[in-house]
Ligand binder design. Structure first.
Ligand code: NAD
Length: 348
């Protein structure tokens, strides 16, 4: 029996787009039929090296024509790419997606947006462990932000075990991605003055049963976010610090390490660990939890976790495609298929 191979377009081949394209390319039930760039720039070289057909984000003939003099074979505009696609993963900069949604609907393709877009725009959001089944066969969804994905990874298994959860968390956010040269702060700590920040409440677009609020500060680092989380478990929860660690050990895409034993006590060492194990771009798809930073005191659970902002959402996009296309209804099966293919793949 031949399996269905889903034709995927990537609109916006930047930080997230290039990673999602690689992760999709590693799977046997989906393929990249093209990626878009707004103009000829160095990102086009990676697409060429990977053998991904290159398209222009726009349909205007003069914008398409601009690629050839720079030495790139541009196959056409976005409309031509969408005409051949089953689904598009929109990896455009945050808040740009809303204008693209109508284009996708007019082209009759399914769509996935990223966490820079609002839930009200898509009406549906996604994390693999949180609500895969609700996304089955839907026309489009939003893979939530790196922070919301990270919160969902550790809180959803706790919710399933305990039945209810009340959470307060502080997001210590990286100021910019390593490739960004025009963002800050570079020598300040910048509180997000919209209180609560959007991160915690965004988790409730996935699992409304989790009562959660958050505050955020941006700090001068580019490599990771850290979350300081305080969760109140319901009375009679029957959990211990050890049983919570066991729960997370059994959860895919969560790594737990003891800081004192391993010497991994900062985000710099977490990233070095990711590079040491040979992850492409030095990515860490997993959420990193410090074992010795986890403590359950009565009903109150305290823990820290680190988020590699450029990569934790990448495998979730693959699983979201499987949900929307109706390829796999069991989130655990999809997650293990996705992760196995990525782990055995040497695409560059
Ligand atoms: P990016 O700026 O690195 O890449 C965006 C790409 O889209 C660029 O290549 C840009 O040229 C292109 N683009 C510009 N206008 C476009 C348009 N109208 N249509 C299509 N493409 C267009 O941004 P990114 O960091 O990859 O972020 C993409 C999305 O992923 C955003 O919603 C963001 O919030 C979300 N996200 C980013 C991170 C992160 O840490 N970088 C993490 C999780 C989610």
């Amino acid at each position: 029996m031949s399996i269905m191979v889903v034709k995927v377009a990537i609109n916006g081949y930047g930080t997230i787009g290039k990673r999602v394209a690689d992760a999709i390319d590693a799977q046997d039930d989906m393929e990249i039929i093209g990626v878009t760039k707004t103009r000829p720039s160095f990102g086009c070289d990676l697409a060429v090296r990977k053998g991904f057909p290159l398209y222009c984000t726009f349909d205007e003939p003069e914008r398409i024509a601009a690629f050839a003099p720079a030495g790139y074979d541009c196959k056409g505009g976005l409309s031509e790419l969408l005409a051949a696609a089953d689904i598009v993963v929109d990896c455009s900069p945050g808040k740009v997606g809303a204008q693209n949604k109508q284009i996708y609907e007019d082209a009759g393709v399914k769509w996935i947006f990223q966490g820079g877009e609002k839930h009200v725009m898509t009406g549906l959001s996604y994390t693999s462990s949180g609500n895969h089944s609700e996304n089955m066969n839907q026309s489009g969804t939003r893979v939530v932000s790196c922070n919301t994905t990270g919160l969902s990874r550790t809180l959803v298994p706790l919710l399933r075990k305990c039945g209810s959860l009340s959470v307060e968390c502080t997001m210590i956010r990286r100021a910019a991605d390593p490739g960004d040269s025009n963002k800050g702060p570079i020598n300040a700590i910048k509180p997000v003055l919209k209180v609560p920040s959007h991160h915690g409440p965004d988790v409730m677009t996935i699992r409304p049963e989790i009562s959660i609020n958050s505050m955020a500060v941006a700090v001068p680092t580019t490599i990771m976010h850290v979350h300081a989380i305080v969760a109140t478990l319901p009375q009679g929860h029957g959990m211990t610090t050890e049983s919570i660690l066991d729960l997370w050990h059994a959860q895919p895409r969560v790594v737990i390490m003891n800081g004192a034993e391993t010497g991994i006590t900062t985000t710099a060492e977490v990233m070095e660990f990711a590079r040491d194990i040979g992850r492409k771009w030095g990515d860490l798809h997993e959420i990193f939890v410090w074992e010795d930073g986890v403590k359950l005191d009565g009903d109150t659970l305290y823990y820290f976790q680190a988020i590699h902002q450029e990569s934790d959402v990448i495998p979730e996009n693959v699983d979201a495609i499987r949900a929307l296309m109706g390829l796999e209804s069991d989130w655990n099966v999809s997650v293990s298929k996705t992760d196995k293919a990525i782990a055995t793949y040497n695409g560059l």
